[in-house]
Write a protein of this length. Sequence first.
Length: 206
Amino acid sequence: MTTATLNSVLPDTTSQRQQLRSLIRKRRQQLSAGAQQQAATDLAAKVLASDIIAPGQHIALYLANDGELDTYPLIQALWQLGKSVYLPVLHPFVAGYLLFVRYDKDTLLSPNKFGIPEPFPACHRLIPLQQLDIIFTPLVAFDAAGNRLGMGGGFYDRTLSQLPPESHCQVIGLAHNCQQVDAVPGEAWDIPLKQIITPGKYFDFR
C-alpha cells in the first residue's frame, strides 16, 4: 500500500501514522542480514565523505533496534577519528526525555525497558544537550520535505525541543533507503529535519 492510498483510506492522522509506522517497520525488518550489513557500510562511507563530521567533536548516535540501520560501523569510524560518541539514555527522573551519555569501546551496556542497550547515566559521563555538535536520530519513515515519523514515544521530539534556537547542534536523521515515503502525515508538534542521510542519498533541506 502506498502512502497516498493509506492517506485516502485513513482520514484520521493518528491512524495514518500508526499504519505507516507498521508498514515501514515491517519493510525494514524484512531486509536480509547481507542487505543490512551493506547498508551500514554504505551509510558510514556516505557520512564520512560529507563535510559534516570534520568540525564536530561531540557526536550522538544510537544503537540499532527493530530493523533500524546499524550505526556501529559509523561509531567505530568516529572512534578512529578521535571523536567523542554519545548514546541516548532514558531519563531516570523525567519521564519521556532522553539524556546523552559518553560511549567508549569498553562501556558496559544494559537493556532499558524497551530492550535497547544503553550505558549507565553516570553524572561525569553526561553531556548537556547544547554541547553536542551533531545528533544522529533514528526514524521510522521520512519524506522528501524532511518530515520524520518516529516510533511514537516522542522521546526525541521532547528532548530536541529543548535545544535553543541559536544552537549550533545539527540534528540529522538516519534511515534505510526503503524508509522514504511519499508523505508523512503531520502533527502540530512535528519539526521537520534539515538533513537526512540514507545509504543511497544525502538529503539537505536547509
